[in-house]
Structures are given as C-alpha cells and as structure tokens.
Write a protein that binds this ligand. Structure first.
Ligand code: SF4
Ligand code: SF4
Length: 93
C-alpha cells in the first residue's frame, strides 16, 4: 500500500539552513555572549553537545553539560537547539 502521508518541506528554526554564513572564529577571539546552562531543567539528552560547531560543549562527570569558555564562539547554536530552553545566552561585558 502506498504511503499517503505528505512530507512537509517547511524548515522550522534549523540552525544549519544558511550554511556557509558563519563568521570565521579563532579560539580566544572576544565573544558577544556566552551560554549558561540551567541544570534544573536539563534532561541530559546531549543535543547541545552534538550541535556545537566548535566542540565547546563539554560533558561533566555528573552527565550534565557546560561550556569550555576557551573554545566557545558565542554563536548561540546550543541555545537554539536545546528543546527545553535550558541554555541562555548572556551578553558579555
Ligand atoms: S540540549 Fe538542553 S536538555 Fe539536552 S543536554 Fe543540552 S541543555 Fe540539556
Ligand atoms: S555558543 Fe556556539 S560555540 Fe558556544 S557552546 Fe554554544 S554552540 Fe558551542
């Protein structure tokens, strides 16, 4: 039997849509904002870890996640990809 469900081509809030548009980033460059985790709401799914383009999200011994400040570009992808709104971007300076 032929599948009848239609596949939606609408893309919603996908960080990878406009690929190739990110600014070049060198470790140690100043950043505009840094991510902050609210552990109380985190389910430890690891999505933020997977999506970070700089390997700046680190898994802690207790299974939660945090940022390695030296690697983070402040891009905000982890903040956008977290399903539960755990990660806030806090302006620097
Ligand atoms: S994506 Fe969100 S809920 Fe999942 S581990 Fe990261 S901060 Fe926690
Ligand atoms: S802001 Fe960007 S570079 Fe920094 S931890 Fe989140 S995804 Fe990684």
């Amino acid at each position: 039997m032929e599948a009848t469900a239609k596949v939606s081509k609408k893309i919603i809030q996908c960080s990878a849509v406009a690929n190739g548009t990110a600014k070049a980033f060198k470790q140690g460059d100043p950043i505009a904002a840094r991510p902050e985790w609210d552990k109380d709401r985190c389910i430890r799914c690891g999505i933020c870890y997977v999506y970070c383009p700089h390997g700046a999200v680190e898994r802690l011994d207790d299974g939660f996640f945090d940022v390695n400040q030296k690697r983070c570009s402040g891009c905000g992808i982890c903040h956008r990809e977290c399903w539960f709104g755990v990660i806030s971007m806090v302006e620097e300076g």
